[in-house]
Design a protein around this ligand. Structure first.
Ligand code: F0G
Length: 445
């Protein structure tokens, strides 16, 4: 607890936060957490992360850093249910874009920041496809406890996210490379300069992200759904979800885990290739590392780079691979990949049926649809798709999809193999003339 360490000094593997549960005070049922609702003047009870402090008790209450994260909603979406092909009241969307910085990252950042603060860190860094950096910048600017240093790949970050980092005063280092390059560098630089690293290699990040699942259960009145469907990039979220369910099972607070579906973008599908095509499994911790090393050696040789419109998950070397394999084992998981076309169509359906999300988030809905078509998700099963980031994070892709301008569509989306905007809500171009405007409105409404 007193050190800045993200991996094991002996084997180089990632670390886990493990608790002596038998020595800790724990509620007998999950519904006991509802008592916190009546105590919302207490910042820890108000936070959607820290009201579950008993299940992530790594820091004393007075060390916790919270900015009110985790006030997120689980929405039933009949429109998306129809699109996915499940019964009308069986499809739920967990809107993590409602967090202070607009993505699920705040759940984990609050926890990592708490640890960083408790050991007296003055600088914190991350590599990011945009949301981790926006979250770190937010915690630094709101708390004024640390300086944010962020590494991003050049030209690889959506404007909404870059805007956050710049405006909130983070030192922004743009690497001539992609996320995988930036990730490698930030690990070297933080080790060399003694800067606190907040990427999801940091085990405390995952502790905070466990609470996304606790809030899903809470919203379902502690009834475990059949499926959790989540986009997979660096695989922090899926790993955290698996850890949450493993612990709840161990503590007897739930009787079964839901099944977990992790959805890659087709242009960044390392997990899908390893898990589904090559059959790599957790295997009680005895992962077939030689096969994985071989996979990455071939990737290096062929110079293959991640490429998808869902820039948040444009990642080929997920750092949490082994923990995610463990999560897939706990939750009888499946992995799929979906094309950019499928992602953008699903995103349009999410927006039309509710509050909207960024492209990477919609991979969950596209993945649920695919799994339904394949008969793996049943029509009468209850499915929760995690919407990881806010719609306004990446307006470029959204506007291109819905735009009337074919050139703009081709410029932004054509090179990604997106050919159709099936669900486009086109703007109506009309002369600046009252009669024309009135006629257009009568015609289209
Ligand atoms: N969805 C969004 C909106 C994300 O920003 C990310 C990851 C993911 C999904 C994938 O989650 O890594 O836990 O599998 N974004 C990171 C970042 C990598 O730097 O912001 P994961």
């Amino acid at each position: 607890m007193d050190e800045v360490r993200v991996d094991c000094g002996k084997c180089g593997g990632l670390l886990d936060v493990a608790y002596h549960w038998d020595k800790l005070p724990l509620p007998r049922t999950l519904s006991a957490f509802e008592n916190q609702w009546s105590n919302r003047n207490d910042p820890l009870a108000f936070s959607g992360v820290w009201r579950f402090h008993d299940l992530l008790p790594f820091a004393p209450r007075d060390k916790v850093v919270t900015i009110g994260e985790g006030q997120t909603l689980l929405h039933q979406s009949p429109g998306v249910a129809k699109y996915v092909g499940v019964q009308q009241d069986n499809l739920y969307l967990q809107y993590e874009g409602m967090n202070p910085s607009g993505s699920f990252k705040d759940n984990g950042m609050s926890a990592a920041f708490t640890h960083a603060h408790s050991i007296g860190a003055s600088r914190a860094a991350c590599a990011s496809t945009g949301n981790t950096s926006a979250s770190l910048a937010t915690y630094c600017s709101v708390s004024r406890l640390m300086k944010a240093i962020i590494f991003i790949g050049s030209g690889k970050i959506a404007y909404g996210k870059l805007a956050q980092a710049l405006e909130l005063g983070a030192l922004t280092v743009q690497i001539a490379g992609d996320f995988d390059d930036a990730m490698e560098r930030v690990r070297q630089v933080t080790a060399q300069l003694g800067i606190y690293l907040v990427n999801s290699v940091n085990p405390f990040r995952l502790e905070g992200q466990k609470t996304i699942m606790l809030r899903v259960l809470e919203a379902l009145r502690w009834d475990v759904p059949d499926w959790i469907v989540v986009p997979g990039g660096n695989l922090g979220n899926s790993s955290a979800f698996g850890k949450a369910f493993a612990e709840l099972l161990e503590l007897g607070l739930i009787q079964r885990a839901p099944r977990l579906a992790v959805i890659n973008a087709a242009g960044a599908n390392t997990l899908k290739e390893l898990y589904e095509d090559q059959g790599i499994r957790w295997n009680g911790g005895n992962i077939d590392w030689p096969a994985i090393d071989q996979f990455f050696a071939e990737m290096n040789e062929s110079g293959r780079r991640a490429s998808t419109i869902a820039s948040a998950i444009e990642i080929n070397r997920p750092v949490n691979l082994s923990k995610c394999l463990r999560a897939l084992d706990v939750c009888d998981g499946v992995v799929r990949d979906v094309s950019d076309q499928e992602i953008l169509d699903a995103k349009a359906q999410v927006g039309a049926g509710g509050m909207g999300c960024e492209p990477a988030s919609a991979a969950s809905v596209a993945g649920a649809k695919l799994l339904r078509e394949q008969g793996i998700i049943g029509r009468d099963e209850r499915v929760v798709c995690i919407l990881t980031g806010h719609q306004l994070k990446d307006p470029t892709a959204t506007v291109a999809y819905h735009t009337t301008d074919q050139d703009e569509f081709n410029r932004v989306l054509g090179s990604r193999g997106v050919r159709r905007a099936t669900f486009a809500n086109r703007a109506v171009a009309v002369a600046n003339d009252l009669d024309e405007i009135v006629r257009a409105i009568q015609l289209y409404s």
